[in-house]
Design a protein around this ligand. Structure first.
Ligand code: NIG
Ligand code: FE
Length: 402
C-alpha cells in the first residue's frame, strides 16, 4: 500500500541495541559492580519489544535489528514517581506568593483547588493531566502514580479516578484528603461517605487507597477506618503520614502493611524502628519541603536504620508544584543526607518498591524497557548539575518517546 511499508518486524517488536553507554544503572545488584545500583561501565542494553532482553559489557552485545549509539553517556531506569496529585484545575500562585512572604502552609489551601476542580469539565481536567504527564516524561518519568482528592463528592472523586485510569495503572483513591467543605460541621458523616458510597463508586477505577493523616485533615482513628474500608474492597493502603507534625500515620501504615508511608518529615525513633522492621517504604517528597519552606525529612536517619526509601515529586498545585524527579534527587542529595547513588536508587527502584512493582525501576532482562538517556557521563550528574535539563532520551515500553 502507499501508506505503509512492510518491514520484517514492526517497530515495536524489533530488537534495538543501545551501545556505548559510559555508565548503565541497572538496579540489579547481581550485575556490574555488585552495588545496589548494579552499575555497568562501558555497557550496552538490548530492547526486545516492550522489555529489556539483555544488559552487559558492550563488547559482548548480541546482534540486533537496530542500533543506537549512546555517545558515552549514562543510561538509567525511567523514574518511578510513586506520589502525585495531577487531577486538578487551576493553580495557587497567590498562596505560594503569600507563603514566600512568611505565611505558613496548612491543609486548608486544598479547598481552593477543590472548588476549581469541581468547576472544571472532564476535558479540562484530562488536558491538564496530560500536560503535566508530558512535562514529567520529558524529565524522565516513565511510571507515575496519581490520586483523586480534589473532588470530595461521590461524582467528582469517581470522575477524577476514571480520568486518571486512562493514563496509568497506579491510581489512588484519596477521598479522605480533607473533610469536604460540604461536611465541615460533621466530619463523621464525611468519613462515612468516603468509606461507603464514595468508596463503592471509586473502587472500580483504583488500585490504592490513601488518607491524609494530619492535624486539619484526618486523625489516626479516622485514617484507620478509611484504609481498612478500602482494604475490604480490595484496594491496597498507602498514606500521607507525619508531614506537618508528629502523629500516628507511620505506625498505622506499618500496622496495615501499607505499601508506603509518604512524607515522613516528623518521625520519632519508634516510627523509624517500625518502618525498619516492615515492608512499608518511606516515600520522601522534598518538593513539598522546598515549596513550603519546611524542615527536610532526614533520609540519612532512615537509611542508616535500614528503611527502604523512595523519592517522589508529590506534584500538586499547593505544596509541591514540580513534576521534576531530577530536581527532587538534587534536593535529597544536597539537603537530606543521601548519596547520589542512594537518591538515584530511591527515585527508580525505590519508587517501584513503593508501588510493589518489580517490572519497572530496574534495567535487567524481563523488566520493561523504560529508560532514560542523560546528556552526561554518569547518573551522579543528576545531583551534581542541579536544574540542568540533562534528560535527552526517554524510552517507555521499548518505544522512544523523547
Ligand atoms: O501531599 N498532604 C496532602 N496533600 C498534598 C498537598 C495538597 C495541596 O496542598 O493541595 C501533599 O502535600
Ligand atoms: Fe501528597
Amino acid at each position: 500500500s502507499p501508506t505503509t511499508d512492510s518491514p520484517a518486524h514492526s517497530a515495536s517488536t524489533a530488537s534495538t541495541l543501545i551501545t556505548n553507554i559510559a555508565a548503565l544503572v541497572t538496579n540489579d545488584p547481581s550485575l556490574g559492580d555488585g552495588s545496589p545500583l548494579g552499575l555497568i561501565r562501558d555497557a550496552a542494553l538490548v530492547i526486545d519489544g516492550p522489555r529489556v532482553a539483555w544488559t552487559g559489557d558492550r563488547s559482548k552485545a548480541p546482534a540486533t535489528d537496530n542500533r543506537v549509539d549512546a555517545g558515552g553517556r549514562a543510561v538509567l531506569p525511567g523514574f518511578v514517581d510513586s506520589h502525585s496529585h495531577l487531577v486538578f484545575a487551576g493553580d495557587r500562585t497567590e498562596e505560594f506568593n503569600a507563603r514566600m512572604s512568611g505565611r505558613a502552609y496548612t491543609a486548608g489551601g486544598i479547598r481552593t483547588t477543590v472548588a476549581a476542580t469541581r468547576a472544571a469539565t472532564d476535558e479540562e481536567l484530562e488536558a491538564n493531566l496530560v500536560r503535566y504527564l508530558r512535562e514529567a516524561l520529558r524529565q524522565g518519568t516513565t511510571t507515575f502514580e496519581t490520586k483523586s482528592g480534589y473532588g470530595l463528592t461521590v461524582e467528582d472523586e469517581a470522575r477524577a479516578l476514571r480520568i486518571a485510569a486512562r493514563h496509568t495503572d497506579e491510581v489512588t483513591y484519596l477521598g479522605a484528603h480533607i473533610v469536604s467543605p460540604d461536611h465541615a460541621e460533621d466530619p463523621a458523616a464525611y468519613v462515612a461517605l468516603v468509606t461507603g458510597e464514595m468508596l463503592d463508586a471509586c473502587a472500580p477505577y483504583a488500585r490504592w487507597i490513601d488518607v491524609f493523616c494530619e492535624k486539619g485533615a484526618f486523625d489516626g482513628d479516622q485514617a484507620r477506618a478509611v484504609l481498612t474500608a478500602g482494604r475490604a474492597r480490595g484496594l491496597h493502603p498507602r498514606i500521607h503520614a507525619n508531614q506537618l507534625s508528629y502523629g500516628p500515620g507511620v505506625q498505622l501504615a506499618v500496622e496495615l502493611d501499607a505499601a508506603s508511608a509518604d512524607h515522613c518529615t516528623h518521625l520519632t525513633d519508634a516510627d523509624v524502628d517500625a518502618l525498619a522492621h516492615s515492608r512499608t517504604v518511606a516515600t520522601l517528597l522534598p518538593g513539598a519541603e522546598f515549596s513550603t519552606r519546611a524542615a527536610w525529612p532526614d533520609a540519612r536517619r532512615l537509611l542508616d536504620a535500614g528503611v527502604t526509601v523512595a523519592l517522589s515529586t508529590d506534584c500538586n498545585p499547593g505544596s509541591s508544584f514540580t513534576s521534576s524527579v531530577p530536581f527532587c534527587v538534587a534536593l535529597a542529595v544536597r539537603d537530606m543526607g543521601m548519596t547520589p547513588d542512594e537518591a538515584v536508587w530511591s527515585a527508580t527502584a525505590g519508587g517501584a518498591r513503593a508501588l510493589r512493582r518489580d517490572d519497572v525501576g530496574r534495567l535487567s532482562p524481563g523488566a520493561y524497557a523504560d529508560l532514560v538517556l542523560l546528556d552526561a557521563p554518569s547518573h551522579v550528574h543528576l545531583a551534581y548539575r542541579p536544574g540542568v535539563p540533562l534528560v535527552t532520551g526517554v524510552w517507555r515500553r521499548g518505544v522512544r518517546e523523547v
